[in-house]
Design a protein around this ligand. Structure first.
Ligand SMILES: Nc1ncnc2c1ncn2[C@@H]1O[C@H](COP(=O)(O)OP(=O)(O)OP(=O)(O)O)[C@@H](O)[C@H]1O
Length: 242
C-alpha cells in the first residue's frame, strides 16, 4: 500500500534528519517506530503525511506515484490519513459523544456540520463507534473529565469515522500508565487488523513495540536500522536503535 524509496530530508542549513529511508508497508499492519529522542520520528511522519518537503526519494501510495503531486491532490489524499497526537486536540467542554458526532457530521456534509443537524441515525452511529473503543459508558462525560487514555480513544474514534486508511500516531501513549498504554496499543492493533488500515505508531517503550507491533522499525540518526516482524528484539537490534 505504501512504498518509499530513498527518502532523505535536511532541515536548512544542514541538519540531515532522514537518510535514504526505504520501506514497504501493507494494510493491516501496526508498525511500531522506535527511536531515541531526536532520531527523526516526528519528521519522518510529517514527510509521509506530506506536511514537510523532503530533498529526495520516491513515494508510492495505493499504486500511485505521489512524489510530486500538486496542492489539491495533497489535500484530497490527506483526507484518507489521520494524525493522532500525544495530546489529542478535542473540545474539552463537549461530551465524548458530541466530539464524535461533530466528526461524523463533518464527514457527511458541511452544511449539517455548520448547522449541527443530528439525526437519530447519526446518534446511533456515533454510539456504535464509541462502543468499538469501549467508551459507551463515558459517552455523556465532558472530555475534560476523561483520563488521558480515554481521550486518546475518542481521538481514535474520530480517525475511524473520518474513514482514515492510514493513521500516524506520534507517541500516543506517552504519559499514560502502563495499563492505559496497553489498552490503547491493543485498540490500535485491533483497528489496523479489522479495518485493514496501516498504522504507524512511534514509541519509546520497547516492550510495547514488541508486544503489539506487527512490525518493528528502529530509527537511529535518521536511518532505518531495524525492520523486522514484531517479536522480541535481540540485544544487538536494541543497540542498533538506541
Ligand atoms: N523545523 C525544524 N527545523 C530545524 N530542525 C528541526 C526541525 N524540526 C526538527 N528538527 C531537528 O530534527 C531532528 C529530529 O527531530 P524530530 O522531532 O523528528 O525527532 P523525534 O525522534 O521525533 O524526537 P522526540 O522523540 O524527542 O519527539 C532534531 O535534531 C531536531 O532538532
Amino acid at each position: 500500500m505504501i512504498i518509499v524509496r530513498n527518502l532523505s530530508k535536511t532541515y536548512p542549513p544542514d541538519t540531515r534528519v532522514l537518510q535514504r529511508i526505504s520501506f514497504q508497508a501493507d494494510e493491516g499492519e501496526l508498525i511500531a517506530l522506535l527511536g531515541a529522542s531526536g532520531s527523526g520520528k516526528t519528521t519522518f511522519f510529517k514527510c509521509l503525511m506530506l506536511k514537510e518537503k523532503w530533498d529526495e526519494g520516491q513515494y508510492i501510495y495505493d499504486g500511485k506515484d505521489i512524489t510530486s503531486i500538486n496542492g489539491w491532490e495533497k489535500l484530497m489524499l490527506r483526507k484518507q490519513w489521520a494524525f493522532l497526537e500525544e495530546k489529542p486536540s478535542l473540545n474539552g467542554k463537549k461530551t465524548a459523544l458530541k466530539n464524535v458526532l461533530s466528526a461524523l457530521l463533518f464527514k457527511k456534509s458541511w452544511l449539517r456540520f455548520l448547522t449541527n443537524t443530528v439525526s437519530e441515525d447519526d446518534h446511533l452511529e456515533a454510539m456504535d463507534y464509541l462502543d468499538k473503543v469501549g467508551l459507551l459508558e463515558k459517552a455523556h462525560e465532558p472530555v475534560d473529565k476523561l483520563s488521558g487514555g480515554e481521550k486518546q480513544r475518542v481521538a481514535i474514534c474520530k480517525a475511524m469515522i473520518k474513514g482514515a486508511k492510514v493513521i500516524y500516531a506520534d507517541e500516543p501513549v506517552s504519559g499514560l500508565d502502563p495499563e492505559a498504554a496497553s489498552r490503547i496499543m491493543e485498540d490500535l492493533q485491533m483497528i489496523a487488523r479489522k479495518n485493514k488500515l496501516v498504522i504507524f505508531c512511534s514509541l519509546h517503550q520497547v516492550e510495547l513495540a514488541e508486544k503489539f507491533g506487527s512490525r518493528i522499525w528502529g530509527l537511529s540518526e535518521g536511518r532505518l536500522t531495524v525492520d523486522i516482524a514484531g517479536r522480541r528484539l535481540t540485544q544487538r537490534e536494541k543497540q542498533l536503535i538506541f
